[in-house]
Design a protein around this ligand. Structure first.
Ligand code: ATP
Ligand code: MG
Length: 203
């Protein structure tokens, strides 16, 4: 029965750290598209980013678990952080399809990430394999999608207007480093975790 088909959202990100913009995006997507669950997928430690100091996958994973603990629909996957080598979204989609063969899969991204989709590996195959939910994000225009990308892939990209939160992990890291407040931009448990383990104090 089509009605009983499991619908799963996958919310990928670096989550360095996870913040209210990520949580709001996932919640709005789950409501709007009737998702049974949203799986947060912290990225692995990308080998090409060795120059840049990136918080360990374990710390990013733990913060993601803490931030999602109170939402019964939210889950966290270790799939990418446990994988060695480069992580490509197309491989991730295929793995999730193996785990949930009957499910309809929706990748949830912000406007900035979806606009980069054609720089990802095998974008055409990716758009055939999964649906995408592209959420509005301050500073990025979703209407650009209406031109080439959206026109060609109308059937697999859904746009989603969410209340604007101009929050980013980059800004949070800079604020911590500068000793500025981050309260109300992310769950208080994450703020405690950042303080306890001295994250983002030095670059
Ligand atoms: P960074 O500044 O380190 O890139 P970020 O805040 O962009 O961090 P990511 O982990 O890169 O966070 O983003 C994961 C996903 O969440 C991406 O698809 C991104 O577009 C989306 N996203 C992040 N912040 C917001 C926001 N404030 N509103 C809507 N979508 C967001
Ligand atoms: Mg980002």
């Amino acid at each position: 029965m089509v009605e009983d088909k499991l619908t799963i959202g996958i919310m990928g990100g670096t989550f360095d750290p996870i913040h209210n913009g990520h949580l709001l995006t996932a919640e709005c997507a789950a409501y709007q598209y009737n998702l049974d669950k949203v799986i947060f997928l912290p990225s692995g430690n990308p080998p090409h980013k060795t120059e840049q100091k990136i918080t360990s996958a374990e710390n990013r994973y733990t913060m993601t678990v803490l931030a999602t603990i109170n939402n019964p629909k939210f889950r966290v996957s270790r799939l990418e952080i446990d994988r060695t080598g480069l992580s490509y979204t197309i491989d991730t989609v295929k793995e999730f399809k193996k785990i949930y063969p009957q499910a309809e899969i929706y990748f949830i991204t912000g406007a900035d990430a979806i606009l980069e989709i054609f720089t990802w590996k095998n974008p055409e195959e990716l758009l055939k394999e999964a649906n995408f939910i592209a959420a509005s994000r301050p500073g990025y225009s979703l209407s650009k999608l209406g031109q080439e990308i959206y026109a060609a892939y109308r059937n697999s990209i859904y746009t989603l207007k969410i209340p604007s939160l101009a929050i980013s992990s980059t800004d949070i890291r800079q604020r911590v480093k500068a000793g500025q407040p981050i309260k109300y931009q992310l769950p208080k448990e994450i703020e405690s975790y950042i303080n306890k383990y001295n994250l983002y104090v030095e670059e």
